[in-house]
Structure formats: structure tokens, C-alpha cells
Design a protein around this ligand. Structure first.
Ligand code: TPU
Length: 611
């Protein structure tokens, strides 16, 4: 994320009275009337020479100042004037989505690539769909700012029933719901209060790395309000408490000094804490083994000499579980333990051997150190520790080199292992792999990442279908990266429409769709008729989405030769996405999925404890 701290105004296209810039003669601009609320959509003129901000253009300016080059949107009559206002700011593009769930997930994917994102939707019918994705952003620690249009302020006091509501006079329920899934939720019902409320929501989202919600009454989007001041007032970060930081570092250094075999375990909150580089500093200083949790794959470089692989209970990378479980001092950095990451509560470091370093707190030996930022704690600790490399000696004993894989015969029926073998070379330093909930998680873990490659997974929220819009949003936010999405057929059916938006924006995302005619992950947890998926002509779908002007490719591979040809074509298509439908057997899944599914099912199936 690039935050432009100097930019008090977004661009020369904006309408702020800027002494150093050419003033646009906005009084001559024809104004556009909203069909719905009759509000002016052009900047509001105070006089012939001075122009003030509107609620919508204030929001637009702030989004630019925090570095957003895009925001995602689905139109609706409660937001049309707001969308017009946002369009007056030429620093950012308005990117349209097929529905609000996808819009939310597109923003979530953009936030992964870019650090922060925004999405604009209409009241209730739109926002309630987007809330699912907003819950995901909360769970995954991503600052997504959701903006919803809302009823006209005059209708609040009047005895009016409105469309897109519950058919009651309560227009506040959406705000109340938003409070549960955001770190800040505000409703703007007076233009004068907009700057303060918008700034508050943005500040909280950036500080907490959680979503925020801004509701704007539809007749206020074009209403005048104050101009934005310097963005530094919004993006302040409360520093670590120096006493608490020093005490935590001293205690942690003592803890590590008393341990013979410390190991570092990296978790998914590391990125949100902005401390990936700092984790490498600590690893270098300690010289111990470093394992990452599945949801944190790529948050520590896999080519680092101390990297030992994924710690994920009994489906860990070979040797990694032994090294972590044998350790007498596990430094858990941004770790998140849930039923999935602990493989049904079978693999969870705990007790006095564990030092927990979270984004804003440190806990060890029954002591808690608050207001300590991970990005301050890790380098300070690195400066205080001595080398402790016993776990590297253990690692040298238990590690096993992967067997080289032979290519399958080109005309042999396609199997999952051949598919992964062919995907491996595509994962270059510039690649981002986006792995959907399903066997794609476990397939993705088998991809070795060169330095620079990124891996995105939504393991806490686990919404199937996330990867299609998230890949779209990620590609918008990082257009120079090679984006490879791995997805199952069941998941794809939830959000398939967003491939059409990839086509619209000519984004060369490569989608590997594993068509195994079923929800294999669910089969392994608990099987039944509900796990069968109606087959689609997935490759053929791209022709439908292309319509008269699109340049997406839809290809089908039933054997290794066809897959190799499809990958060549995908790499040659720079003008749109390529979906490669890979036909594999219903039972062709990783053994990791089977082991994991068995243990998660066991955890799910525990009978109620006696009260
Ligand atoms: O690899 P594979 O075959 O398991 O993937 P596929 O075909 O995409 O199936 C995924 C099946 C699945 C379901 C139905 N995984 N989790 N679920 C439960 C679920 C239901 N609805 C949402 C929105 N998210 C979920 N995780």
C-alpha cells in the first residue's frame, strides 16, 4: 500500500480550491441530475472561484490519499449519486462486479495485493450480500472499507416505507449488523459530520487491519462538506509502549536463553502486523528452524536456509512436525490456532514452552505485555538473542528430499499429481497462487515458492468460491504479477460470474479448475448425496462470458499432453483469463485431505460435554 502523505487533494481533476494548481471551471460544467434523489452530482460551487467538497468527493479524496487506485462497485439507486461523485476523482478507477458478494471478495483480494481496498454497494439487497465477504475480511485481517448507500434522510422521520428494506420503519438494522463484522461502522446522516466519521472509519481499518463500514444517506452524497486536511491525521499509528516493549524483549530474550531447542512458528497474522521482514531478522539472529502454518505460506521465504516447511500436525511437510513438537521453546509469531489449522485440535503448541508474539501483544511464562507491536518487538529481540541452532541439527537428521517426479505419459488419463507437477514451473518469483477451500489447499501446499512468489489462502473464513473474485481483485491490484488460481468445481459454481469481469478488464489470470464432479473435501469430512455437483461445461462457459468482444480462453484437459498444450496457450494469452478445466477422478485427492478430513470430522463429531 502506498500512502500519499503529501496529497491533501487527489489530482488536478479534483475540485478543491488549490493555489498551486489550475482551478477547473466547474461552474460551467453541466450538472447531472440524479433520477432518484435529484441531487447535484458535480462538485458544488461556493462562488465563481472557490469550490468546496461534497460528502462523496471527500470520501473519494481520502481513498486516493490512502493510495487506492481502484474501488469496486455494484450500482443501485441508493448509491448512484455517490458513484457519480466518486467518478469525479480521476485518481481512481471504478471497477464493476457482477454481484455484491463478488464485489466484497474482489475488494478482499485487492487488499491482499495492495494493503487496503474499498467497495461500494447499495442498501440491504447489496450490502447484506457483501457482508459475507466483509466477515471474511475480518477473519483474514484485511482492511476493506465497505460503503453502502442508505435511505434519504427525509424518509427517516417521515412515516415512509422504503424499497430494499425489511418493510418496516427501521433503517438502522444494517448499521447494527455491520458493527458485528467490522472494527468501525458509521452512518452519515448529516453532511457536516461526514469528514469526522469517514476519517474515523478509515483510520480504524488501517490501524486494526480489519474491515470498516460507512453508510451514506443517498441525498447526502452530493451535499457540501468540509475539505480534507492532511492524511497524516488519519493514518497515525499509536507507537508501542516503550516500557512494555523493553520488558517484553528482556523477558523473551531470557526465555530463549533458557531453551536448548527454540523454533519459530510463523502464522497468518504476520502480514497484517506488517512484520514479514522483521521475522526474517529474528530468524537470522537465532539461527533456528522456521516453520510456517498453512495459512501463512509465503509469509517467510521458502528458500531461506532455515525454512523447514509447513507445520500442520500430521500433514506437515516431512520432518517439520517432529522439529516443532520436539522444541522446548516455540516462538509463535502471529499464529492463529483453529480447528482447521490444528487438524481438529491434534496439533497445537501450548503451555510454558510457548512464546506468543501477536500483532499488538506478547505473552510468555504467564506474563502479558500489551501495546507491543510485532514490527517493533521482533527486531528488538533479534538484537538481544544469541544463536540457538540445535533445531537445524535435528532438521538435518529428519528432513527428506522430495522424490523427483516423472512426467506422466502424455496420453495417460489426467491425475492430480501430474497436474501439480505441471503447475510447479509456472510458480515463478513473480507469481501469486490463490488456493481455494477444498483439495486446492492441500495441492497448493505442495508448490515450492521461489523468493518473491506469494500464496493466498482464505483458511479462517473458508468461503468456497472466494478465489474467483479474490483473484480478480488481486489481479486489478497487482496487474504485473502472474496470477494462478486453483479451484474445485463445487466452489467455482458459487462465484463463476467474476471470470467475466476478468475478461472485461483483459486480466490474464490462469485458472486451474479441478473437475472431480464433487465436493471432495466434504466427502472426506462427511459424505452424502449433498456432495455431488451438477456438472457444467466449465471450459465452454468462457465462450458465453466472452460474448462478442471478450478474449478469455476456456480449455479442457483430460490427459497430461492436453494439459501441457493448454498451459502453453494460457501463457500466450495476454488479453484475458484462461480457464483450464482439468478432468480428474472423483476420488483422486491428496492423502493430506483424507487425513485432515478424518481428524476434523472427529473434532466436529465430539458429543456435547456433560453440563
Ligand atoms: O477439491 P474439492 O473437490 O473438495 O472442491 P470443490 O469441488 O470446490 O468442493 C468444495 C466443497 C465444500 C463445501 C460445500 N467445501 N466446503 N464446503 C462448505 C461450504 C459451503 N458454503 C460456503 C459458502 N463455504 C463452504 N466452505
Amino acid at each position: 500500500m502506498t500512502i500519499d502523505t503529501n496529497a491533501a487533494m487527489p489530482s488536478e481533476h479534483t475540485h478543491l480550491d488549490a493555489p498551486t494548481r489550475q482551478r477547473p471551471n466547474i461552474t460551467k460544467a453541466p450538472s447531472v441530475r440524479s433520477p432518484i434523489v435529484g441531487a447535484e452530482t458535480r462538485p458544488v460551487a461556493k462562488s465563481d472561484t472557490a469550490v468546496t467538497y461534497t460528502v462523496g468527493s471527500y470520501l473519494a479524496a481520502r481513498l486516493s490519499q490512502i493510495g487506492l487506485k481502484h474501488h469496486f462497485a455494484v450500482a443501485g439507486d441508493y448509491t448512484l449519486v455517490l458513484l457519480d461523485q466518486l467518478l469525479t476523482n480521476k485518481d481512481r478507477k471504478q471497477v464493476y462486479c457482477s454481484n455484491e458478494l463478488n464485489c466484497g471478495f474482489s475488494a478482499e483480494g485487492y487488499a491482499r495485493a495492495h494493503g487496503v481496498a474499498a467497495a461500494v454497494v447499495t442498501f440491504s439487497v447489496g450490502a447484506l450480500s457483501a457482508f459475507d465477504a466483509l466477515g471474511g475480511a475480518y477473519a483474514e485481517n484485511l482492511p476493506v472499507i465497505l460503503v453502502s448507500g442508505a435511505p434519504n434522510t427525509n424518509d427517516r422521520a417521515a412515516d415512509h416505507l422504503l424499497h430494499h428494506t425489511l418493510g418496516t420503519h427501521d433503517f438502522m438494522y444494517q448499521l447494527e449488523m455491520a458493527k458485528k463484522i467490522t472494527c468501525a461502522a458509521v452512518s452519515i446522516t448529516f453532511a457536516a459530520e461526514a469528514p469526522e466519521k469517514i476519517d474515523y472509519a478509515i483510520r480504524m481499518a488501517l490501524r486494526e487491519k480489519k474491515p470498516a463500514y460507512i453508510e451514506i444517506a443517498c441525498n447526502l452524497a452530493a451535499a457540501p462538506c468540509a475539505a480534507p486536511g492532511p492524511i497524516s491525521a488519519v493514518i497515525d499509528r499509536e507507537p508501542s509502549d516503550s516500557e512494555s516493549l523493553n520488558a517484553a524483549v528482556t523477558a523473551a530474550a531470557d526465555f530463549l536463553r533458557s531453551k536448548k531447542k527454540p523454533v519459530i512458528l510463523i502464522g497468518s497474522k504476520l502480514r497484517a502486523a506488517g512484520a514479514e521482514k522483521e521475522a526474517i531478522e529474528l530468524a537470522d539472529a537465532l539461527g533456528c528452524s522456521v516453520a510456517v502454518m498453512a495459512a501463512a505460506k509465503s509469509f517467510f521465504p521458502e528458500d531461506h536456509p532455515q525454512f523447514i516447511g509447513i507445520y500442520w500436525g500430521e500433514i506437515s511437510s516431512p520432518g517439520a512436525q517432529s522439529v516443532v513438537d520436539w522444541s522446548d521453546g516455540v516462538v509463535c509469531v502471529g499464529a492463529l490456532f483453529n480447528d482447521y489449522s490444528t487438524v481438529g485440535w491434534t496439533a497445537m503448541p501450548g503451555g510454558p514452552t510457548v512464546l506468543t508474539a501477536d500483532p499488538n501483544r506478547v505473552h510468555l511464562d504467564g506474563r502479558e505485555f500489551g501495546r507491543v507491536h510485532l514490527s517493533d518487538f521482533l527486531p528488538a529481540l533479534a538484537r538481544k538473542v544469541e544463536k540457538r541452532d540445535a533445531t537445524m541439527i535435528e532438521w538435518a537428521c529428519v528432513r527428506t528430499e522430495p522424490f523427483p517426479e516423472d512426467a506422466a505419459k502424455p496420453d495417460a488419463k489426467l491425475i492430480r499429481a501430474e497436474l501439480i507437477r505441471q503447475i510447479r514451473p509456472l510458480v515463478t518469483a513473480n507469481a501469486t497462487v490463490i488456493a481455494e477451500t477444498g483439495d486446492s489447499w492441500f495441492n497448493g501446499m505442495k508448490l515450492k515458492l521461489p523468493r518473491g512468489a506469494r500464496f493466498e489462502i482464505e483458511m479462517q473464513w473458508g468461503h468456497i468460491g472466494w478465489s474467483v473474485p479474490a483473484a480478480f481483485g488481486y489481479a486489478v491490484g497487482a496487474p504485473d504479477r502472474r496470477i494462478i488460481a486453483l479451484i474445485g468445481d463445487g466452489a467455482f459454481q458459487l462465484t463463476a460470474q467474476e471470470v467475466a469481469q476478468m475478461i472485461r478488464l483483459k486480466l490474464p489470470v490462469i485458472i486451474f479448475l479441478m473437475n472431480n464432479h464433487g465436493c471432495t473435501i466434504e466427502v472426506e469430512i462427511h459424505d452424502g448425496p449433498y456432495n455431488n455437483v451438477k456438472n457444467w461445461d466449465y471450459a465452454g462457459l468462457i465462450k458465453v462470458f466472452n460474448a462478442e468482444d471478450g478474449q478469455g480462453s476456456g480449455l479442457r484437459a483430460t490427459n497430461g499432453g492436453e494439459l501441457a498444450d493448454a498451459i502453453k496457450l494460457a501463457l500466450a494469452n495476454h488479453d484475458g483469463p484462461t480457464l483450464i478445466e482439468c478432468i480428474i477422478d472423483r476420488d483422486d485427492c491428496t492423502s493430506d485431505l483424507i487425513s485432515w478430513g478424518h481428524l476434523v470430522a472427529k473434532a466436529n463429531g465430539r458429543p456435547p460435554s456433560p453440563q
